[in-house]
Design a protein around this ligand. Structure first.
Ligand code: ADP
Ligand code: MG
Length: 292
C-alpha cells in the first residue's frame, strides 16, 4: 500500500471509531475469511447481573448469596463482581475469608469463618467431589435460558445455584448478520459452558460455537482455523484474549477492554461495538480495491 492509502484508511477509520495500531492490518483485513468473536464483553456487554438464586435444602437465598459473595471478594472476574453486587443490593454482610484462590476456567475457592467455600462450574464441583445431582436439572434449565449458572458449596456440600445473565450489545445481531453477508465464517469463542454459549449464539445468529475453551487454549483454536486455510480476525476484550489476538491474522480489541488486550491487538474499536468491525472490513476492502 502507498502511505497515502494508509492515511486515508486511518483517517476514515478514526471517524468510524477504529483506532489502528498496525497499518498493515488494514490491508490484511481485506483478505479475512473468518471472524472469531469472544462472547463476554464482545457480543455481550460484559456486565453480568444476578438473575436467580436457587438454594439447596437447608439453605435460603440470602445465605447462598452471602457465602458466594464472601468467596468472590478478592476475585477479579466479572462473574465475581456480579455476585458481589447481588449481595450488596440485598445488604448482606460478608464472611471473613483467607487462602483465596482463583481456579482458571472453573471458579474460586477459599476458607472462611464458616468453612471451605467453592463457587464455580460443574467441573470445579466434580473435581472437589461435591454432589450436585439434585441441582443438575435446575442448572440445565438456567443455562438453556442463556444464563451462566454457578454452583456454591460450603464444607463439601452444595448450598445452591447462582445464575447471572449478561445483556447483548445493541448492534451484535446486525453486525453478525453483516459478517455472514460478507461470506465470513463467523465463530463465537468462550470459556462458558456449551448450553449457555449455544443459547446466546442462537439469539445473535451464530452457528459455530467453541465453548468451554480454557483461557490458554483460545490461541490454539485460532491456529486450528488457520491450519484449515482460514484467514482469521479475532475480536476480544479480556486478559484471556491477548494470546489469541496475537495469533490471529488481525487482532481486534474492544476499546473498553483490558490494556493487555489492547496492546496485543492490531486494531482497537474505540466505541466497543461490533458494527465498527463491519466498518473496518468495508473500509479495508474499499481502500485497497480503489488504489491499485
Ligand atoms: P470467560 O472469560 O468466557 O467467562 P473463563 O475461562 O473466565 O471464561 O470462565 C469459564 C467459566 O468458569 C465461567 O463460565 C464460570 O462458570 C467459571 N468461573 C470462572 N471464574 C469464576 C468466578 N470468579 N466465580 C464463579 N465462576 C467462575
Ligand atoms: Mg472474556
Amino acid at each position: 500500500a502507498t502511505p497515502t492509502a494508509l492515511m486515508v484508511g486511518t483517517g476514515k477509520g478514526a471517524e468510524n471509531g477504529v483506532l489502528i495500531r498496525d497499518g498493515e492490518a488494514v490491508q490484511t483485513m481485506k483478505d479475512i475469511t473468518a471472524i472469531v468473536l469472544d462472547k463476554t464483553g464482545t457480543i455481550t456487554k460484559g456486565e453480568p447481573e444476578v438473575t436467580d438464586v436457587v438454594p439447596a435444602a437447608n439453605y435460603d437465598e440470602n445465605e447462598v448469596l452471602r457465602i458466594a459473595a464472601s468467596a468472590e471478594q478478592s476475585s477479579e472476574h466479572p462473574l465475581g463482581a456480579a455476585i458481589l453486587q447481588g449481595a450488596e443490593k440485598r445488604g448482606l454482610e460478608l464472611l471473613d475469608i483467607e487462602n483465596f484462590s482463583a481456579v482458571v476456567g472453573r471458579g474460586v475457592k477459599t476458607d472462611s469463618e464458616e468453612g471451605k467455600i467453592l463457587v464455580g462450574n460443574q467441573k470445579l464441583m466434580r473435581e472437589n467431589d461435591i454432589d450436585i445431582e439434585h441441582l443438575e436439572d435446575e442448572v440445565v434449565s438456567l443455562e438453556e435460558e442463556g444464563k451462566t449458572a454457578m454452583l456454591v458449596a460450603l464444607e463439601g456440600e452444595a448450598a445452591g445455584i447462582i445464575a447471572v445473565a449478561d445483556t447483548l450489545k445493541e448492534d451484535s445481531e446486525n453486525a453478525i448478520a453483516a459478517f455472514k453477508n460478507m461470506g465470513l465464517t463467523t465463530v463465537m469463542i468462550t470459556g462458558d459452558n456449551e448450553r449457555t454459549a449455544r443459547a446466546i449464539a442462537d439469539k445473535v445468529g451464530i452457528e459455530r460455537v467453541l465453548a468451554e475453551v480454557m483461557p490458554d487454549e483460545k490461541s490454539s483454536e485460532i491456529k486450528k482455523l488457520q491450519s484449515q486455510g482460514e484467514n482469521v480476525a479475532m475480536v476480544g476484550d479480556g486478559i484471556n484474549d491477548a494470546p489469541a489476538l496475537k495469533q490471529a491474522n488481525v487482532g481486534i480489541a474492544i476499546g473498553t477492554g483490558t490494556d493487555i488486550a489492547i496492546e496485543s491487538s492490531d486494531l482497537t474499536l474505540v466505541r466497543g461495538e461490533l458494527s465498527a468491525v463491519v466498518s473496518g472490513l468495508k473500509l479495508s476492502k474499499y481502500t485497497f480495491s480503489t488504489i491499485k
